[in-house]
Design a binder for this molecule. Sequence first.
Ligand SMILES: C=C(O[C@H]1C=CC=C(C(=O)O)[C@@H]1O)C(=O)O
Length: 478
Amino acid sequence: MIPTPEAFVDACRRGRRAADRCGHRILVSWSVPLPSCGPRLFNDLLGAVEGQQRVFVWVSRWSGRSLLACGSAVDFGSEGEHRIQNIDRLWGRCLRSELLGDQTSQPTGLTLVGGFAYGDGRRKPGGFPAGLMWVPTVQVSWSGPAAPVLTLNAIAEPGGDVVLQAWQQIKHTLRLLNNTESIVHLTHAADASPAFREVPTSQAWQRLVGRALNQIKSGTFSKVVLARQVIFSVRGALHVAVPLRRLIARQLNSTVFGVGLRGQWFVGASPECLIRIDGNQVYTHGLAGSAPRGTDTLQDDQLAASLLADTKNAQEHAVVAEFVEQVLRDVCVNVAVGTDERVLKLPDIQHLQTFVRGTLPSEEVPGLLALAQRLHPTPAVCGFPRAPAQQWLARHEPFDRGWYAGPVGWTEADGTGEMAVAIRSALLNSASATAYAGCGIVSDSHEAEEYRESCLKLRPMLQALGVDTGQASLKGTL
Ligand SMILES: C=C(O[C@H]1C=CC=C(C(=O)O)[C@@H]1O)C(=O)O
């Protein structure tokens, strides 16, 4: 099923010779189109990779790019305020001095995948790291209707036994590609139990909204985005392929992601693109201001019209749209702000949105990660002005956001790539599923309305986890 695997072994041999010459490790990246049909292979592979130690899943509604990757040839990790920038620097250095040197152009499939915690706190034992991106050992990617591309990456060390290593990697890849059929049929969802715990409790969260409103009145900030957690216990083994498939099938206007690290998974369907680069074009997205969906088209359109006309939502949205526009103006030329498609309709909620695009000038410019560092956190997940909102959240939000609302995505050697704001997400392990939602609080916000809105934002993940939100005990709460 892998065409010309010997070519990968040859590339590894060349990598080893280069490593011997320069005395340091060399990254070998080799890609080949796969003959199998795309969507089916993707769906089947999802079942096959879920048990792996390191997995990255991506189904983009912005670029049409899908990725399924496992293993890591090389990790780039960093903590602290400059974690995105630090990983950008390490990746740049790897591309300049460690990539297999005798290729005439950039390797086509080489991709860095991963993400970042929302905050710059230090890594907690057992939790997701503050920043981790990596080059997968095995990756299958699709772009629109084109044939899937298989990419194998390996590190050749000076004096290392690359031939054995390369054949083992091919064997492992073949096992993954061939095992898909049997594994997918064994995959059953152990749905999350309807028993749940809210952090903070609904009353405490609404009291916090009240305190945020006092700060807004006293002029500390004009907007803050307050989040909450809902924690479900999980009965039996949770097969992550099941919620991922549900998200892919239902959240058609959201980019679906899944990051598996040592048995824990961070998954979600984000409607918010932090940054996307395609060639010299840069895209970002302001998303804030929300309304429920209607029960029929007439009511739905009325709700969208009121959302567009409402001053509270307009204010909540404007700070985000103006912020992301300014970041693009700082680095791009020909910045244009989209005026159509002002409302994004998702199955459970609708939002105000603004698309901003720009062109990278031809001189040396920041890449995807450097732009993500400038944009994160936008006022859609933090507040405005950023520093006082951030400080207030650090003191009052009673949990660590982890990767919720952080940047998650991928970038290639030529700078192409995309990162989502990881909202509408959950952290899953063998015992529990923790789902997150946050709401932008501005001067005209109301505690109970914001609580109801946060429940709508939790729904995509709860539905994906098999929680019956129509059930009596959850009605009016979630
Ligand atoms: C912070 C979240 O949503 C943001 C994105 C869209 C609309 C939002 C709002 O209306 O509050 C939030 O700013 C979340 O879903 O957890």
